[in-house]
Write a protein that binds this ligand. Structure first.
Ligand code: NDP
Length: 302
């Protein structure tokens, strides 16, 4: 339950992600010692989308900081699909590369699904390939998309056993909402997936012990939608228009944080909640891919 004085506990994704990254760093050093090479992640960026440039830069730095090799491929916006497919094919066969990530969105004219389908599923550390989506849906081991897996780590850390809890996932994208719902079902929660056609969303959310907001609408989920004591995971990252005189607007989630905090038992902040988990899980997936690639068992507990 929320503390009447201070409100919900804050789920500190930044601190959790730092701990995970430290453990990955140790495991990456062990891998390098045994395999004679560092785990390697290839990141492909096509075009000059500013947000994508920031993400790609951050992923490269995080790799190096964890003792992994980062191979960045920055291609012009007018790159042809054939050229991109041929780069992916080359990376599929490159023994120094354990994970391949093609930064989305791709410029218009490039078929994202065709590019994802070309990545070797065993190097698909984003978990977007249909083979990995299928593995998740039938309960086989595979790569799970980084953001929902990061949310699940925070939930398990906070709640332990999720059996029988009512969960609502707002959003049904392939990269967040659907895999999130699958992970929750696998953890024995009772799951409702809501989307833009859902009726009576506030009422549905009010029944939930766990709320995952992955919509992309600033502060859409209000405090009076939240069941007292619920655990709220806010995936949304939305930049508000700049206030008078400011150059940049504030970052907010999909949940009205102050209102929800007064009612919830625990809540992730934006920034500093789910966001830092996404890159940490990408490193984790790359480390696992490296072990499989080298014929080694992946370390437990990551
Ligand atoms: P998408 O735009 O792909 O999906 C949004 C989902 O929200 C859709 O399923 C849509 O429904 C649903 N939706 C839209 N409006 C409403 C509404 N009024 N009521 C209920 N549902 C609604 O987004 P993503 O899943 O890619 O991302 C969601 C958010 O998470 C974004 O803010 C994004 O920036 C953020 N994000 C954060 C990450 C992180 O690292 N923290 C990583 C990835 C995303 P429908 O299917 O019917 O259109």
């Amino acid at each position: 339950m929320a503390d009447v004085e201070t409100g919900a506990a804050i789920i500190d994704g930044k601190a959790f992600a730092e701990g995970l990254r430290a453990r990955i760093g140790v495991a990456a050093a062990n891998f390098a010692h045994q395999a004679g090479r560092r785990p390697g992640l290839a990141v492909v960026l096509v075009g000059e989308d500013p947000a994508s440039q920031v993400y790609v830069g951050a992923k490269g730095k995080a790799c190096e900081a964890a003792g992994m090799a980062s191979f960045e491929h920055r291609l012009p916006a007018d790159t042809s699909e054939a050229a991109l497919l041929s780069l992916v094919e080359r990376l599929n066969h490159d023994d120094a590369v354990d994970g391949i990530l093609v930064q989305m969105p791709l410029p218009a004219g490039l078929d994202e699904q065709a590019i994802i389908a070309a990545i070797n599923p065993d190097k698909d550390v984003d978990g977007f390939h249909v083979i990995n989506a299928g593995r998740l849906s039938v309960g086989q081991e595979g790569f799970v998309p980084c953001t929902p897996l990061g949310c699940m780590m925070l939930l398990k850390d906070r709640l332990g056993d999720l059996s029988g809890l009512d969960a609502v996932v707002i959003g049904r994208s392939n990269i967040v909402g659907k895999p999130m719902a699958q992970l929750l079902v696998d953890a024995n929660a009772t799951v409702t997936i809501a989307h833009s056609r859902t009726r009576n969303l506030p009422e549905i959310v009010r029944r939930a012990d766990i709320v995952i907001a992955a919509v992309g609408r600033p502060e859409m989920v209000r405090g009076d939608w939240i069941k007292p004591g619920a655990t709220v995971i806010d995936v949304g990252i939305n930049r508000l228009p700049p206030a008078d005189g400011a150059t940049k607007g504030r970052l907010v989630g999909d949940v009205a944080f102050a209102e929800a905090r007064a009612v919830a038992g625990a809540i992730t902040p934006v920034p500093g909640g789910v966001g830092p988990m996404t890159i940490a899980v990408l490193l984790r997936n790359t480390l696992v891919a490296a072990h499989h690639h080298a014929g080694m068992d992946a370390p437990e507990g990551l």
